[in-house]
Write a protein that binds this ligand. Structure first.
Ligand code: PMP
Length: 289
């Protein structure tokens, strides 16, 4: 039996799970989403993900038609039906069906969709050998235009950057902001290690405030590693001792080349590997329930 997808309280076969072509989520990218992970059957940092989902909804004036508790229960139910223990979960709330015009007030029925699937990380070799990335011309959305803090269905900004990464023959792009400072990647946050200090661009750099980013900063502080949220330039990237990316799906992935410059000694760094180990211990603490 194939995977089932949750749509507004009902489960549908993956191949038949569908919503209207008049949904503004499709017509205009008008909606929000969140990604979750389970480890050993337990949702990781569910409260933080739910809070971010509701903040995204609030920011686009989209009233999410279920409570955080109801959504959590719906995720658990969908996972159970699909028999998934270590899963990736995509929760989507669209504006719903409207007219062909933009007016969101004509949409009266937001759609709640939950897709649960197996996790697809970067191939294992990248965790061992590290990833090559490039900085790209497409800059991250200016927060006065569309705040990168909103996890919306409109990911075109990131997709344009991803196209540029693919054209350069690498898997991920580093996006700068309008001031030329490093912001983040297309689906991950970025960290560097320089002289023993861990640094990552601050929220004002124009980033999605990643939950994994937050966990990594907590783990680093716990390990006594100095942590700074500060502006990072391309120069800082090139001369860093270590670099890595963080995200719900990717977890922590080392970066060893940026714009053809070798980072550190071209191998995943010591602090990166220490944090990856700590992260795996942290997620491993999740026990079923
Ligand atoms: N930045 C962007 C643009 C993302 O899409 C993601 C993935 N959600 C992240 C950063 C990482 O966030 P998180 O650790 O919460 O998955």
């Amino acid at each position: 039996m194939g995977l089932k997808v949750y749509i507004n309280g009902e489960l549908h076969e993956k191949e038949r799970a569908a919503i209207s072509v008049y949904d503004h989520g499709l017509l205009y990218g008008d909606g929000v989403f969140e990604s979750f992970r389970t480890y050993n059957g337990k949702l990781f940092r569910v409260r933080e993900h739910m809070d971010r989902l509701f903040n995204s909804g609030k920011a686009i004036a989209l009233c999410i038609p279920m409570t955080k508790e109801e959504l959590t229960e719906a995720i658990r139910h969908t996972l159970q039906v699909n028999g998934l223990e270590n899963a990736y979960i995509r929760l989507i709330v669209t504006r719903g069906v409207g007219t062909l015009g933009l007016d969101p007030d004509k949409c009266h029925d937001p759609q709640v969709i939950i897709i649960t699937d197996s996790v697809s990380l970067y191939p294992e070799e990248f965790y061992e050998k590290g990833l090559e990335v490039v900085t790209v011309p497409t800059m991250r959305n200016h927060h006065n235009v569309l705040s990168p803090k909103i996890k919306s269905l409109n990911y075109l900004n990131n997709i344009l950057a991803k196209i540029e990464a693919c054209q350069a023959g690498v898997l991920e792009a580093i996006m700068l902001n309008h001031l030329g400072f490093v912001a983040e990647c297309t689906g991950d946050n970025i960290f560097i290690v320089s002289k023993g200090e861990l640094a990552t661009p601050p929220p004002e750099a124009g980033i999605l405030e990643g939950i994994t980013r937050q966990v990594v900063m907590e783990l680093a502080r716990r390990a006594g590693i100095p942590v700074a949220e500060r502006q990072v330039t391309r120069f800082d990237l090139y001369v860093a001792d270590e670099c890595f990316l963080t995200g719900t799906a990717a977890e922590i992935v080392p970066v060893v080349r940026i714009d053809s410059r070798e980072i550190g000694d071209g191998k995943p760094g010591k602090i990166t590997l220490q944090l990856l180990q700590m992260f795996r211990e942290e997620t491993g603490k999740c026990s079923a329930g």
